[in-house]
Design a protein around this ligand. Structure first.
Ligand code: NAP
Ligand code: G4F
Length: 329
């Protein structure tokens, strides 16, 4: 019989790639969608016809309990989050409520129903925050530096408690930045791919950026959802750091994107202090040795190939009028 997987945050970037992967592997995929977000389902495109949707508030413990009781899923992937870090300063409590609350309510539901559901929590490298050593691995201490990271860390520990205290099969992927042409345009890679494409087509004149010296460990989202799935197929639940182990600066990103369209970025990119972050002095880069050894982690898409894919997709979208050139965040 087909396995059933529940996904929160199914309408996000990772939700799309994970649904696609699970469907390919014969799963019955069910998205938990808050009623006020029903329009977001359109982001899944043709996949909508292959998944099911349960409309439920992620803040509703009874609603979630009923769904888990009724569907008895083999796997739950908890991906929902307001994931753009600067936003969390404007709504720290809302961020905590959604991120920690959803994990807590879902884990409690699994425990109460008493089934062998395997649970994946979407943790983040942001939990490492003010690091004192690089690269980071599963033993690196957490020092979160923003409300989003603190909320994610609380959710992470709640998951650990359910694993240790109640014996649930629950684990976290501590994921570094992963991107695709499905990234919303306020995140830096997509902002740059869309900006370079729009400038190439003469639809924009400049691209306003924040810190060009900031560095990130960027990979391709499609590679990372494969690791989410593999984490739930192991004999014992364990947490894993997933990243490429390679740092690139925003300047390198901009250079790569403008190179793809044959332009010199220096002529178009301007720094606008509005996009600078005051609290970014630490370099987050993964040591994915454990994932490499236990999960066979090997990223398939290089940084350059990823940026090229994103720029080409945005050129195509702009040329076909599918998006407006001023969508840049
Ligand atoms: P994403 O594209 O921003 O998707 C987030 C999902 O959460 C969307 O389905 C969104 O719904 C939903 N959501 C946002 N706010 C919500 C709210 N208040 N109530 C209910 N649902 C809400 O994020 P992603 O890149 O796919 O990331 C998936 C998960 O991994 C997130 O938890 C993120 O924090 C974490 N993560 C991501 C990265 C990365 O680099 N991508 C790295 C580490 C960890 P709408 O579609 O309606 O907005
Ligand atoms: O793309 P970003 O906004 O992603 P950020 O803040 O690293 O967070 C993403 O990755 C985390 C995992 O490490 C996730 F947990 C989180 O949910 C999210 O998916 O910014 C990347 C870097 C930053 O250093 C930022 O300061 O790009 C720098 N940057 C420079 N100019 C900019 C800009 N970022 C944005 N968004 N816009 C700019 O103009």
């Amino acid at each position: 019989m087909a396995k059933t997987a529940l996904i929160t945050g199914i309408t996000g970037q990772d939700g799309y790639y994970l649904s696609r992967l699970l469907l390919e592997r014969g799963y019955s995929v069910i998205g938990l969608l808050p009623p006020q977000r029903s329009d977001s389902i359109a982001k899944l495109g043709a996949l909508v016809n292959e998944i099911q949707v349960c409309t439920v508030e992620l803040t509703d413990p009874v609603g979630l309990l009923k769904i888990v009781e009724q569907l008895q899923p083999q796997e739950i992937y908890n991906l929902a989050a307001p994931s753009f870090v600067p936003d969390s300063w404007n709504d720290p409590l809302g961020t905590l409520d959604l991120v920690t609350g959803t994990a807590t309510r879902l884990l409690a539901a699994v425990r109460q129903v008493g089934i062998d559901t395997r649970f994946y929590q979407a943790s983040t490298s942001e939990m490492f925050g003010q690091v004192r050593s690089s690269p980071q691995d599963e033993e690196t201490p957490f020092r979160p530096m923003n409300p989003y990271a603190a909320a994610k860390l609380h959710a992470h520990w709640t998951m650990v408690h359910h694993r240790q205290h109640y014996g649930l099969f629950a684990c976290s992927g501590i994921l570094y930045n992963h991107e695709s042409s499905r990234r919303p345009p306020n995140f830096v890679t997509r902002k740059v791919s869309l900006g370079a494409a729009a400038i190439k087509l003469g639809l924009r004149e400049t691209l306003e950026m924040g810190n060009l010296e900031a560095k990130r460990d960027w990979g391709y989202a499609g590679d990372y959802v494969e690791m989410m799935w593999r984490m739930l197929q192991t004999p014992e639940p364990e947490d894993y750091v997933i990243g490429t182990g390679q740092l690139h600066s925003v300047k390198e990103l901009v250079t790569a994107a403008f190179d793809c369209v044959g332009l010199d970025w220096n002529q178009y990119v301007v720094v606008n202090p509005k996009f600078l972050r005051t609290d970014e002095h630490f370099q987050l880069v993964a040591n994915p040795t454990k994932a490499n050894r236990n999960l066979g982690w090997k990223p398939q898409v290089s940084f350059e190939a990823l940026i090229e894919k994103m720029v080409m997709k945005d050129l195509e979208r702009l040329q076909s009028g599918k998006i407006a050139p001023d969508t840049v965040g």
